[in-house]
Design a binder for this molecule. Sequence first.
Ligand code: HAM
Length: 414
Amino acid sequence: MRYKLVKGTKDIFLNDINKWQYIESTSKKILEDFGYSEIRTPIFESTDLFSRSIGVSTDIVEKEMYSFKDKKGRDLTLRPEGTASIVRAYVEHSLVPPVKFYHIGTMYRYEKPQSGRYREFYQIGIEAIGSISPFIDCEVIDLALFLLSKLGLTNLKIRLNSIGCRKCREVYKKILLEYLKKKELCKDCIRRMNLNPFRVLDCKNEQCIRVTSTPPSILNSLCEDCKKHFAEVKEILAEYKISYFEDPRLFRGLDYYTKTTFEIVTDELGAKNSVLGGGRYDYLVEELGGDSTPAIGWAFGVDRLVLALESAKFRFPDESKKLIFIAWTTETAKKQAFKIARRLRTEEFRCEMNYEKSLKAQLKLADRLEAKLTVIVGTHELKEGKVILRNMEDGSQRKIDIEKIELELKQIMC
Ligand code: HAM
């Protein structure tokens, strides 16, 4: 019986894993420099945590969650995103603001698989909990841009909006409902319209996107406080020459957002897919049982970033150490070769050897593994206390003292 990947998932290995490792290690370094520390939360949590945080009438909760009961009948869900879990952890461990976390891991959404959209995908995200200042809004947006461009993505555009607070949204809800009532919407949107009309604005149905392309702007419904906050965010962004375009349609697909929302888009992914999304969520800590605490964050999809970088013909740096292959000619030489491989590995060289093949086949394998050098251990040379060092790029060979292998390799590999 042969098994296949589950739809919407993938294996990442050989040449591709290098891309994920590059993005993860570069991100870790930059996020830590910006004062964020890593948090790892479980891959599954109670279903209620997600439905409450993300919102019962969102697409994620209504259609996309991988939910199941465990053997004791508990309702659990594979995390569709990271924010809810991090806020749960913040409240559960009674952390004291300000707190800045970053997270890296897989997320699960039962979406229709297509380019840049998977059912298991990787996100890297940040959450800055504890500040209401518009400076932090700008700091996280600036960090997002800085990180994505450091990773190699160019031509980035920021979509920016403010969706106000509870007060503003009550006012806007009525205006939006009037607008939506006159439109031909999909069945889901008709059902959700009265419950949560904002969700109609992030419906993925082509017809809904078309007929709701120019909704009344929420910016006209913002209360004085939200208006001031948004104006300050834009002022700071302008001062630091961070360009953005305002998009009053940007509600994002999760209910917890308040005030500033943003997405970063790139031409490399086409109009539909944003690479990064985020915003403020000033009520979520309180809703999950903590003290009223403002917060803001974002996440980007690693899989989507890889696609965008590939489409931009970005050359991913290879961070792995160059390989040294240890080959042998006879059974006696094999034992010595094994000893040399052990010795080099303890000195942190990346070594590989094979125990079955002929010398010719070993050299072929070294080629396939893209080894930079091969150390050939032969019985003749061993008698002289030497081995052969073969440069795999040009095929040149020379004898070196066994004792001096490390020294020679260090000189060549650096
Ligand atoms: P989100 O917009 O749902 O936000 O997801 C963030 C990013 O994850 C997207 O911009 C996209 O790159 C990637 N992504 C989402 N769904 C998929 C998928 N099915 N396949 C591949 N990539 C995908 C959040 O998840 C929020 N938690 C972000 C946030 C953090 N807001 C505040 N703090």
